[in-house]
Design a protein around this ligand. Sequence first.
Ligand code: FES
Length: 242
Amino acid sequence: METELKSDTKSELKSELDFIDAIVKQYEGEEGMLIPMLQDIQAEYGYLQADHLRSLSRALKVPLARIYGVATFYASFRLSPKGQHDVTLCMGTVCYLKGSARISEVICGEYGVEPGGTTSDRLFTLNLVNCVGACALAPVMIVDGKYHDAMTPESALKILRGLSSEEREAAEPESAKTHEPAKPTEQAKPSEPPVKAVKAKRKTPALKMPAEEAVPQVGGEPQEKPAVKTPQKASKKKAGKK
Ligand code: FES
C-alpha cells in the first residue's frame, strides 16, 4: 500500500515537472515571459508552489529570488492555496474611515487567519484591497463576488458563520441529518414489565378479609347473621296479640 502511494507521488511529481518544462518550452526564445509562465502555473495548480518555482528557476536559469520578487510583487499571484470562499474586504479610505479595519481584525481573530491568507480548514481566503469602486456602500465586503454593503464586525461575521455552517451541513453524512429515532428491532422490544406479575401475586393474600375472620363459625358452617327486625314487623306482632 505504502509502495503504491510512493509511486503515485513520484508519478505526480514527474507530471508536475513535465508541466513546468512544457511551459518553459512554450515561451522559449521570448523575452520577459516570466509573468505569463507564472500565470499558467497558477491557473493549473491554483497557486504558486515553492517546488514549482524552484523548478522554473532551474529551467530558466533565473535566480529563485528574482522569481519570488515577481510572484510577491503582483497581488494576483498566490503563494498558498486558495480557500473555498473568497472574502475581499475593502480597506480604501472611505471604507477604512467607516470601520473596515475593525472588521478585518474580528475576522482574523475569529478564523485565525492573516490578511492575504487562507483559513486552516481551507474555507476562506481573506484579501484586503484598496477601493473596490463602491464607496457609497462603505464599508464593503465582497464574498465570492457578491457585494455586501454597510458592513459591521457583527454583520460580517454573521455572513461568514452562515457559510461555515452551510459547509458543515453539506459535509455531514445523510444518516446524521435525519433526526428520526431509530425503530427498535424485534429483539430490542421491551418484554412485559415485571411489575404486573408482582401485582397479580399480591392479590392472593388480600382475600383474607379481616371481617370474615371476625365471624365465629359453628361446626365448620358459617353462622347466619341475625335478621334485623324492622319497625313494621314489630307493629304486626302487636296487632296479632290483640
Ligand atoms: S473605499 Fe471602499 S469602496 Fe471605495
